[in-house]
Design a protein around this ligand. Structure first.
Ligand code: HEM
Length: 199
């Protein structure tokens, strides 16, 4: 699904979106989310992968961002865990799920770049959530991850975009933010699209 390219390039957000558009397309192309969520075991496997990613990246972002009030409502690890629980994965099995290598994020700008990818994934995620709800008849339980910010989605995204603009007066910080976003897209694609680890 393409995102509007005819957008002003004079904001940090517009430049970031343009810089990462190819990475977003590559991820979207390789994810095969429709195929993966078509069955409940497939949906569970996808969530298991997302769990591992968030288990490593959220603490890494938190350590460098240094702004827990901003990050806390954006953390989604507990949401994936709740969905996995609903889908029948035992708590011990959830805790033992495979995780990717820890990233190197250096400072708040890089952490914000990484968080951009996780926050942005809630936008396409809303559509994926609606698809899963229709397909499997879920009304709430089992969809916490993809429901994400729910009715607050617009406000959360606006606040995140405003945060991006605070890096616009420091070219080095913006470069670090953009590089971290690109790295996060690559890491997410490698992790989510890798062949399944035997369990
Ligand atoms: C885990 C995989 C994904 C990640 C990390 C991701 C990341 C992002 C990011 C960072 C944005 C924000 C773009 C901006 O700055 O405006 C975004 C927007 C968007 N994504 Fe994805 N995305 C993912 C998967 C998908 C998939 C599979 C779809 C298709 C269903 C999709 C559809 C969209 C759409 C439609 C938008 C724009 C929403 C809007 O502007 O209201 N994404 N995504």
């Amino acid at each position: 699904m393409s995102r509007d390219p005819a957008h002003s390039r004079d904001s940090v957000h517009a430049r970031l979106r343009a810089a990462t558009d190819p990475a977003h397309r590559a991820l979207e192309d390789s994810l095969d989310w429709r195929g993966r969520v078509a069955t409940l075991p497939g949906y569970r496997d996808l969530l298991a992968r997302l769990y591992g990613f968030h288990a490593i990246w959220e603490p890494a972002i938190g350590a460098e961002l240094g702004d827990e009030p901003f990050l806390a409502p954006r953390r989604r690890l507990a949401r994936v865990a709740a969905d996995l629980d609903h889908l029948g994965l035992a708590r011990g099995a959830v805790a033992a799920l495979p995780r990717p290598a820890a990233p190197r994020l250096d400072g708040p700008a890089a952490a914000t770049g990484a968080l951009y990818v996780l926050e942005g994934s809630t936008l396409g995620g809303a559509l994926i959530g609606r698809h899963i709800a229709g397909l499997h008849g879920f009304t709430g339980d089992g969809l916490a991850y993809y429901r994400a910010h729910g009715a607050a989605a617009g406000a959360m995204w606006a606040a995140f975009r405003a945060r991006l603009e605070t890096f616009g007066t420091d070219p080095a910080a913006e470069a670090s933010l953009t590089a971290a976003a690109a790295t996060t897209f690559t890491a997410m694609r490698a992790w989510l699209c890798a062949p399944r680890v035997a369990d």
